[in-house]
Design a protein around this ligand. Structure first.
Ligand SMILES: Cc1cc2nc3c(=O)[nH]c(=O)nc-3n(C[C@H](O)[C@H](O)[C@H](O)COP(=O)(O)O)c2cc1C
Length: 361
């Protein structure tokens, strides 16, 4: 499906350009689009661009550790491939291809329940650090079946995505008349998703007290507190990459209130607009432990399959290490909110405002 990797990418900008060349218009809009006016999509970038660094100097940064803990293991970076449904329309092999890249580079993958080739085959494809994400499309027995299969296949934790009580209007897909091949399968049982409440979270933790639960799609301190009260292990701050509720805040703008509400009683993960090493360092400085990569994962896979994604992660690692060193820290434990300050963004947010340079003549 994708053109072979013809050159070694030197920048992430080259990777998204290659992805755009490789993808047909339908899958491209599906990957990059958001809900309605895409205000939330843009705010994700804007909120990241409104944070500036306060670097410290003369601190011996000759040795830097950019790895991070993840679910009792180690990840090469504090990032995770965020769950992406329908990855099979972006890259041949879908989630199995993503798993191979995750394993080869050494970062975790969160597998979406609406992604081919499914739970068992994705787990068998590579020995990646993995967690599983479910859209609840059935009753308690439906959830229990997924929990059993996820545990049996080495998924370290279980995630419920909770910002999809309604399926949003993705206007790029509508305007392009793009009918997602998996849509019929994906909408089966959506009423269960709309019917979810904290009762199901309580039931999960009562039944599986030792299986870490991640709640993905938290966007307020109030809901973060409820997560903690229910014994949730990971509060995952996300607005679904601006693909669900339009006119929300940028994810990183919400992070401080959630970190403070959680008060170290759970881990806090975040995603939404993260495209650069500096973006990742900002989230970790605020207190997040893992950053999810959504569209960047899709772009890199579309650009070059496994080697494309591995290369994107290598470039990201380079950016993270440079940023840490120039901030005067040698590991994430030395980063604090004092390394950050508010500033105005220097350009309007856009889908690719993280990659603003013109093409060379
Ligand atoms: C094409 C696409 C499909 C997605 N599918 C899922 C999904 O199946 N489950 C889920 O929890 N989130 C899904 N998401 C949301 C991502 O997990 C993540 O929250 C979001 O993409 C982060 O923002 P970013 O794309 O700006 O990095 C999807 C995102 C994209 C771009």
């Amino acid at each position: 499906m994708n053109a072979p990797l013809q050159h070694d990418f030197l920048t992430l900008q080259e990777i998204w350009k290659a992805a755009q060349r490789n993808l047909p218009p339908g899958p491209w809009s599906y990957l990059m689009g958001g809900a309605e006016t895409e205000t939330t999509v843009l705010r994700n970038r804007q909120a990241l661009d409104e944070i500036a660094f306060r670097p410290r100097v003369l601190r011996d940064v000759s040795r830097i550790d950019s790895s991070a803990p993840f679910m009792g293991s180690k990840s090469r970076l504090p990032v995770m491939l965020a769950p992406i449904g329908g990855l099979e329309s972006i890259v041949e092999g879908g989630a199995a291809t993503a798993a191979r890249a995750a394993a080869q580079f050494g970062v975790p993958q969160m597998l979406s329940s609406v992604c081919q080739p499914g739970l068992e085959q994705t787990a068998a494809a590579a020995d990646a650090l993995r967690v599983f994400q479910l859209y609840v499309r059935g009753d308690d027995a439906f959830v229990d079946d997924y929990v059993r299969r996820a545990r049996a296949n080495g998924f370290r934790a279980f995630c419920l995505t909770v910002d999809v009580a309604m399926y949003s209007r993705r206007e790029r897909d509508l305007l392009g008349r793009f009918v997602k091949p998996w849509r019929a399968r994906a909408i089966e049982g959506v009423a269960y998703q709309s019917g979810l409440s904290w009762t199901q979270v309580k039931r999960f933790k009562d039944k599986y007290p030792d299986y870490p639960l991640i709640i993905k799609g938290i966007a307020t301190a109030e809901d973060a507190e409820l997560c903690v009260q229910h014994g949730v292990e990971v509060v995952y701050v996300s607005n679904h990459g601006g693909r669900q509720l339009d006119h929300g805040l940028g994810s990183i703008a919400v992070l401080p209130e959630v970190i403070s509400a959680v008060n170290q009683k759970a881990e806090v993960w975040v995603d939404g607009g993260f495209m650069r090493g500096t973006d990742i360092v900002k989230a970790i400085a605020l207190g997040a432990t893992t950053v999810g990569l959504g569209r960047l994962t899709g772009l890199a896979l579309a650009a070059g399959g496994v080697p494309g994604l591995v290369r994107a992660l290598e470039i990201l690692e380079d950016e993270v290490r440079i940023c840490l060193g120039l901030l005067g820290v040698t590991c994430y434990a030395e980063l604090t909110p004092k390394h950050l300050t508010r500033a105005s963004a220097v350009r309007p947010p856009g889908t690719f405002s993280a990659f603003p340079l013109p093409d060379p003549e």
